[in-house]
Design a protein around this ligand. Structure first.
Ligand code: ADP
Length: 418
């Protein structure tokens, strides 16, 4: 097992990883930007080092500095969390080259799954159903228009390198297509540094259903059921739950099998998620996330499996201690993402000092938070400040508990979506 692990992240996920490391008796090393010097992840970690940079967001993206620090402090591994460097092929590669274990899959798998066009192609070749659409990037406007007409409106133009709900444009009718394509290409180039876009059918009444995978370096792979994440705003998840109310036991079993096949197709190692769109009884591969996800605690509460500790053990070369038949699903879990946003002002970010704070508790409640009383929410990062989870024996009980916990949750200072 590792002796020392550096966490290349901040906020609630950094704390989540520190907690897992402590339970495994591994020394945790936090890094922090200037505005994060009083953050909880700095206080929770065994060791913490500043990573001052000129621009706050980029502090956690500075590959060279992070690798150098990891070497200097003698870390054997780096956990990237989610966001930031977690899906950057070059970072995983830099770890590999520096002889530091990257807690995640191989860099080439990150590269392959990070490009939605490449991922779609590989899944098609492996017999996994994908959302109807183009196999290659489209660039010529006239050709693209013909393709869109053949797919049938409405369509979705997506950036190959897109993520976080950014870089998607729904087009309802042919007249709007050319202008939307141009805008999508421009945005893809400026935000992701890659102008390539492709076209998908805009699915009718889509439901986002994803399967959690764990795969070790000994060829074992299991899935830990689904999470339904259909409640979104601007293509970003806000409420997630499991089990999904959309699936029959037969479809669930079928999707689980396909998710395992998708993981095997890339020789996956670590924790990963296969995202599907479910529409009118059929399901289609959307993308694979090669990292721990925000909503992972939903699965943890349902199965009792600690996904972050599993990631660390897998990266250290341990075999999975369970097989598919050992995974049991108990009850129902719901997660709400709590964001410092103003609901009466278009959900714009509300980064202010927390002047009053009372977090919920009691039976069946879990809260993963990165904030505390007197904490000044920095302006530079994501507006999500905590995750509130409720478990119940069934969905009704989970909903009642979530309502009760939301009533208990008080945050004064910033506006929130509570
Ligand atoms: P990102 O990588 O930016 O998160 P995804 O491809 O995962 O983008 O899609 C994000 C969300 O957008 C999905 O969860 C779903 O709600 C919606 N979406 C994506 N593709 C489609 C589609 N073809 N039809 C309908 N909705 C879609």
């Amino acid at each position: 097992m590792f002796n020392k692990v550096l966490i290349a992240n901040r906020g609630e996920i950094a704390i989540r990883i520190i907690r897992a490391l402590r339970e495994l008796e591994i020394t945790s090393v936090a890094v922090y930007s200037d505005s994060d010097k009083d953050s909880l992840h700095v206080l929770y970690a065994d060791l913490a080092y500043p990573l001052y940079g000129d621009r706050e967001i980029e502090t956690y993206m500075d590959i060279e500095k992070i690798i150098k620090l990891a070497k200097n402090v003698g870390a054997d591994a780096i956990h990237p969390g989610y966001g930031f460097l977690s899906e950057k092929e070059e970072f995983a590669k830099a770890c590999e080259e520096a002889g530091i274990v990257f807690i995640g899959p191989e860099s080439k798998v990150i590269g392959l799954m990070g490009n939605k066009i490449a991922a779609r192609k590989l899944m098609i070749a492996s017999g996994v159903p994908v959302v109807p659409g183009t196999e290659e990037a489209v660039s010529d406007p006239e050709k693209a228009k013909k393709i869109a007409a053949a797919i049938g409106y409405p369509v979705l133009i997506k950036a190959a390198a897109g993520g976080g709900g950014v870089g998607m444009r729904a087009v309802q009718k042919e007249e709007d297509f050319s202008a939307m394509l141009e805008r999508a290409q421009q945005q893809a180039a400026s935000v992701f540094g890659d102008a390539s876009v492709f076209i998908e059918k805009y699915m009718d009444q889509p439901r986002h259903i994803e399967f959690q995978l764990l795969a070790d370096s000994h060829g074992n792979i299991v899935h830990l059921g689904e999470r339904e994440c259909s409640i979104q705003r601007r293509y970003q998840k806000i409420i997630e739950e499991s089990p999904s109310t959309a699936l029959t036991p037969e479809i669930r079993q079928k999707m689980g099998k396909v998710a395992l096949a998708a993981g095997r197709a890339v020789n996956y190692q670590g924790a990963g998620t296969i995202e599907f769109i479910y529409s009118n009884g059929d399901f289609y591969f959307l993308e694979m996330n090669t990292r721990i996800q925000v909503e992972h605690p939903v699965t943890e509460m349902l199965t009792g499996v600690d996904l972050v500790k599993s990631q660390i053990r897998i990266a250290a070369g341990h075999p999975l201690p369970f097989g598919q038949e050992d995974i049991k699903f108990n009850g129902h879990t719901i997660e709400c993402r709590i964001c410092a946003e103003d609901p009466l002002n278009g959900f714009s970010p509300s980064p202010h000092r927390i002047k009053g704070y009372r977090s919920p508790g009691g039976f069946g409640i879990r809260i993963d938070s990165g904030v505390h009383l007197n904490y000044e929410i920095p302006t530079h990062y994501d507006s999500m400040i905590s995750k509130l989870l409720a478990w119940g024996n069934d969905r009704d009980e989970a909903i009642a508990r979530m309502r009760r916990a939301l009533r208990e949750y008080i945050i004064i200072g910033p506006k929130t979506n509570i």
